[in-house]
Design a protein. Structure first.
Length: 105
C-alpha cells in the first residue's frame, strides 16, 4: 500500500511555513470529520451521502500524494453512484494510513 507524503503540500507552500502549517491544520480537522461521516453513512447504507464524503476524502488523498489511492477512490465514488460498493475494502484500508499520517504531523 502506498504511503502518504507532504511533497505536494511543501511544493504548494513554497517554503512558507505558516501557510504549510495552516494547510496541515485544515487537512487534519477535515479528514477526521470526513472519515467519521463516511463510516456513519456507509453503515446507514446512504450511498448518496457516502459518495459525497468519499469525494471529499479523495481530494485529500491527492494532497497527500496518494496517486494510486486517488484513482481507486475515484472508481469507488463512481461505483457508489451506481449503487455498488466495489473498491470499498481498498478505500477503508487506506483511511487508517491517512489518519495515522496526519495525526503524527
Amino acid at each position: 500500500m502506498e504511503q502518504p507524503n507532504l511533497s505536494y503540500i511543501n511544493e504548494l507552500s513554497s517554503g512558507d511555513e505558516q501557510f504549510r502549517d495552516q494547510i496541515i491544520r485544515v487537512l487534519k480537522e477535515e479528514l477526521f470529520l470526513d472519515v467519521e461521516s463516511y463510516y456513519k453513512h456507509i453503515q446507514n447504507e446512504d450511498l448518496k451521502k457516502t459518495k459525497e464524503v468519499v469525494h471529499r476524502i479523495k481530494h485529500k488523498m491527492s494532497i497527500l500524494g496518494l496517486e494510486k489511492s486517488y484513482k481507486i477512490t475515484n472508481d469507488f465514488e463512481n461505483n457508489l453512484a451506481n449503487s455498488s460498493i466495489k473498491d470499498k475494502i481498498y478505500f477503508e484500508n487506506i483511511l487508517p494510513v491517512m489518519l495515522d499520517f496526519v495525526k503524527n504531523l
